[in-house]
Design a protein around this ligand. Structure first.
Ligand code: GCV
Length: 606
């Protein structure tokens, strides 16, 4: 089983010398005649000019030529004619996949099997699958692959040491695809080597990282850099030494700078041992509180990687204010292809509509790179649910060009992956594009999030996180639900520019889908369409379940080939059960609390 292009031509040869060589191979294979005009200054950018004899002139850097070739091949498969010249350059420099793979072969928040890179504490992979992945990434425009989990547990702490030769061999495999490896590192690493601390201002620590960087780059000269989760959910970091995150990131940046490497420093820093009785701490404020004051103090090769919302990849969160407020710092937005809170790659959940909404809010040039937590694993189809691969492909297209049209991108993936009649393609595209909204309707209401089963994060449990230490409370009582995050409440909204404060600040104008993210409201609150808040919660859940039934029926009519058909059918059955559980549990939860009946008299279990 394979991913899009590989379904058409199952493999590429093992002896490729580089991206231009691969591009030549791919074009030949596809029967496309082309001449290359290599211009290294163009890097990833490219230009394609059709010639009268039916051939093409491709101009670009090595990787640019490869991206141009894939653009031609995928375009022709999709029926494009290429009558005029085309040119393109990526909007973001690093278009990253972050794998949360552990060296024992497990994947943190992985829903597609075991690791593609590690097993039993060692590096272990199938080279053909690596080439499939490299090709899938390159054909979607992606160029960085971080192979190990940001939570760096032993033996991954030895990746920079004992496992360097294995990593170098892996980097060699991905190089022809223009994909550079990245490694997650443990901030306290020097202490495993006789250095007495990991204090970023300690000369011995700085020297250790410089030596280590030199050793690592001698083995992998094009390593994209280090990914760091520090002072977050129990990981070590500069706070232990009274230092701030600029001290920590800049120390690593100094070590990587001679080799052109980046320090990608995650901003997922918050108090994960909060007391639920504490009403003053509001978790969404944390990233801003830690980082906004450091704007302008990070080295040029540091990139702060910020989750797209202020919480943690819920179905609906507003754009993180940090992405709007750090004008003098390199930023990357982090999204999550792994469906941790969005259905575990069992429930259908196509993400591009969500990303479009995020990009609509994000001012041009506020970020310079983008990262996505991987949804890959060693399942035969790579993504567990065969239709979850659409998220990987369309993420690549968006990372290259955030103005990519959602429907076109999804349709392109369908055409590259299956052979359907045009009406079937249209139907499937429509189903995929509606899947996120359907999922949103049957799960936690109106931006409130977090009503999932603790730890696993699949299925409903509206009070599961209510008295826990993670800072994710909804405080539903018999009268009202939600947290007031306006100036009068926790003040979270004050972290935003004026236009956002106006948009979200007043419940009478705040978009419905964000209402309970920003406001605490009585169940009797009148929504813009005149319904009460409680009625809207009931309606959304009943509708979400009904729409899932429609989705299942329409999906069943699409003639997927085997083995996809069987997997899709089986997962849809589980999704239907999940949607039913969510609908009933959430409606019952609110009905029991509020005592308000459904005005349409539908069944709510008491
Ligand atoms: C890799 C959430 C997830 C964790 C994840 C963390 C992070 O808390 O549940 O599994 O850890 O985010 O993004 O670092």
């Amino acid at each position: 089983m394979n991913l899009w292009l590989n379904r058409l031509v199952p493999s590429v040869p093992a002896d490729l010398t580089g991206p231009a060589d691969l591009a030549r191979y791919e074009l030949n294979n596809a029967g496309i005649r082309a001449e290359f005009n290599e211009n290294s200054a163009m890097g990833d950018a490219w230009r394609v000019e059709p010639r009268l004899d039916g051939s093409f002139l491709l101009t670009g850097g090595q990787t640019g030529l490869l991206y141009a070739s894939y653009r031609l091949i995928t375009g022709l498969v999709c029926g494009e004619e290429f009558l005029g010249s085309l040119s393109s350059a990526p909007k973001y420099a690093l278009r990253m996949i972050n794998c949360w793979d552990n060296m024992d072969g497990s994947i943190e928040r992985g829903y597609a099997g075991r690791s593609l890179f590690f097993r039993d504490g060692r590096i272990s992979y199938d080279p053909d699958r690596m080439r499939t992945l490299g090709r899938a990434m390159a054909s979607a425009g992606l160029n960085v692959l971080c192979v190990n989990n940001v939570n760096v547990h032993d033996p991954a702490q030895r990746l920079l040491e004992d496992f360097l030769p294995g990593l170098a061999a892996l980097a060699d495999l991905f190089r022809p695809f223009g994909v550079r490896l990245m490694l997650s590192i443990d901030f306290s690493q020097p202490m495993r080597h006789g250095v007495s601390s990991a204090d970023p201002l300690d000369p011995a620590v700085r020297a250790w990282w410089k030596e280590t960087a030199a050793r690592v780059y001698a083995a992998i000269p094009d390593l994209a850099g280090f990914l760091v989760k520090a002072d977050s959910e129990g990981r070590p970091g500069p706070f232990s030494y009274g230092r701030n995150h600029a001290d920590g990131a800049n120390m690593l940046a100094e070590a990587l700078k001679p080799f052109g490497g980046y320090v990608v420093w995650r901003c997922f820093v918050y108090n994960c041992r909060q007391d639920w009785r504490d009403t003053r701490t509001d978790r969404p404020k944390a990233a801003w509180d830690h980082y906004a004051c450091l704007d302008g103090t990070f080295a040029g090769n540091v990139i702060l990687q910020v989750k797209h919302g202020p919480f943690d990849f819920q179905v609906r969160e507003p754009l993180s204010p940090l992405l709007l407020g750090m004008k003098h710092t390199n930023l990357a937005m982090e999204i999550q292809l792994a469906q941790e809170y969005t259905g575990h790659q069992i429930d259908l959940y196509t993400m591009i509509p969500m990303w479009k909404e995020l990009f609509d809010e994000l001012p041009a040039d506020s970020i310079m790179s983008i990262a996505a937590v991987s949804n890959l694993g060693d399942d035969e189809n790579y993504t567990g649910h065969p239709l979850a691969a659409v998220n990987l492909y369309t993420y690549g297209l968006m990372a290259w060009d955030p103005e990519t049209d959602a429907k076109e991108a999804v349709t392109r993936w369908i055409r590259l992956t299956y052979r359907f009649a045009p009406e079937q393609e249209q139907t499937l595209a429509g189903l995929l594009l509606s899947s996120r909204r359907i999922y949103e309707k049957y799960t936690a209401p109106l931006g409130i999030g977090w009503m999932v089963t603790p730890h696993s994060h699949y299925g409903p449990n509206p009070s599961g996180y209510e008295y826990d230490l993670w800072g994710t409370y909804h405080k539903a009582d018999r009268n009202a639900v939600g947290i007031d995050r306006t100036h009068a409440g926790t003040g979270y909204l004050d972290q935003y520019p004026e236009s956002f404060r106006t948009k979200y600040g007043d419940p009478a104008v705040c978009p419905d889908l964000f209402l309970l993210f920003f406001h605490r409201l009585p169940y009797s609150f009148r929504m813009k369409d005149g319904r009460t808040l409680i009625q809207r919660i009931y309606d959304d859940h009943f509708e979400g379940l009904e729409e899932t039934r429609d989705l299942a029926r329409e999906l069943a009519a699409i003639p997927f080939p085997e083995p996809d058909a069987t997997v899709i059918r089986a997962r849809m059955k589980l999704q239907l059960y999940n949607a039913g559980e969510w609908c009933d549990v959430i409606n019952t939860f609110f009905h029991r609390l509020s005592g308000v009946p459904d005005d349409r008299g539908r069944i709510i279990y008491d």
